[in-house]
Design a protein around this ligand. Structure first.
Ligand code: URA
Length: 290
């Protein structure tokens, strides 16, 4: 007999394989899942009785309505210790584990996910916050969005190990009855973590920064609006050039939209030009529609 839970698992695996990272569960679905959970606890296996309706949640690009975030706690509250970049970043990582402003909020989850990559990188990428997979592996961008990011870097002739990959918020934002679902961090959560990103930028000293998505641009640059309105020009973060582009998960959720792909790629070409990286004719033509 095929159990509803197997159908659900198969559906979720298929959705994940095609890059979907958010699933909307309505109240009925939540009740169904709670029922499955309680029955599996009492009988040791899920029952065949419960039917669960899950609907993929479309991720649309929305204007960001919140006010720019409050000025964050100054970097000086952090103690950057060590002689090398590796040691200095390690001292940040240790402080992030129990950073009082984050713990005081009580709205972020327990596990801290610090940055990854090359402390001497020429380019730093800043995302939003870790998700389900990142929290499990304690590494940024390892889920479906991370796979897409790896592909983008590869197309640029770069690898994860060569760049520095950070998130604005170092903890996964928590939600009631949370499973694999994620939410955007609040302005307060961004402000609580901002000193770390600032300190990372000061230590790594990249030649340029890529803000992945509207949330990173909002937190880092105080921008509001759509990514479409933020991209296509250089911004400034304390003297460093910043390019805003689409978040890789937006690329996944836009279902291979060739215009989005090309726009993101044009942002990356501009970054490559800024860094003086070689660009072949083939690379220049990626994602152009014939
Ligand atoms: N999305 C982000 O913004 N960061 C991650 O680390 C993973 C997904």
């Amino acid at each position: 007999m095929i159990r509803p839970v197997d159908v659900l698992l198969e559906f979720l695996a298929a959705e994940q394989a095609r890059g979907v990272t958010h699933i909307h569960l309505d109240e009925g679905a939540r009740d169904g899942l709670r029922g499955l959970f309680h029955q599996s606890k009492s009988t040791g296996k899920p029952t065949a009785e419960v039917s669960v309706k899950v609907e993929p949640m479309a991720r649309v690009e929305m204007p960001i309505l919140e006010a720019p975030i409050e000025k964050a706690a100054p970097v000086s509250q952090l103690k950057v210790v060590g002689n090398t970049r590796i040691e200095q970043l390690e001292s940040l990582r240790q402080q992030a584990e129990n950073w009082p402003p984050v713990r005081a909020l009580g709205s972020l989850r327990e596990t801290m996910v610090f940055s990854t990559g090359n402390p001497d990188a020429r380019v730093m990428l800043v995302g939003e916050a870790p998700g389900y997979q990142e929290e499990r592996e304690r590494e940024p961008f390892v889920g479906p969005a991370g796979q897409k990011l790896n592909d983008i870097l590869k197309a640029m002739g770069l690898s994860r190990e060569e760049v520095y990959i950070s998130n604005l918020v170092k903890f996964r934002p928590s939600m009631p009855s949370q499973t694999t679902n994620n939410r955007k961090p609040s302005p307060e959560e961004m402000a609580a973590c901002l000193p770390f990103v600032r300190a990372e930028i000061e230590i790594v000293k990249p030649e340029c920064i890529i803000a992945l998505g509207g949330t990173a641009a909002e937190g880092l640059l105080g921008l509001t609006g759509t990514v479409t309105s933020m991209r296509g020009k250089w911004h400034d973060f304390e003297g460093l050039p910043v390019r805003v582009s689409y978040h890789p998960s937006y690329l996944l959720q836009s279902g291979g939209n060739s215009q989005v792909k090309r726009q993101l790629w044009e942002d990356m070409l501009t970054v490559m030009e800024q860094l003086g990286l070689p660009i072949s004719e083939k690379q220049r033509g990626f994602f152009l529609t014939k």
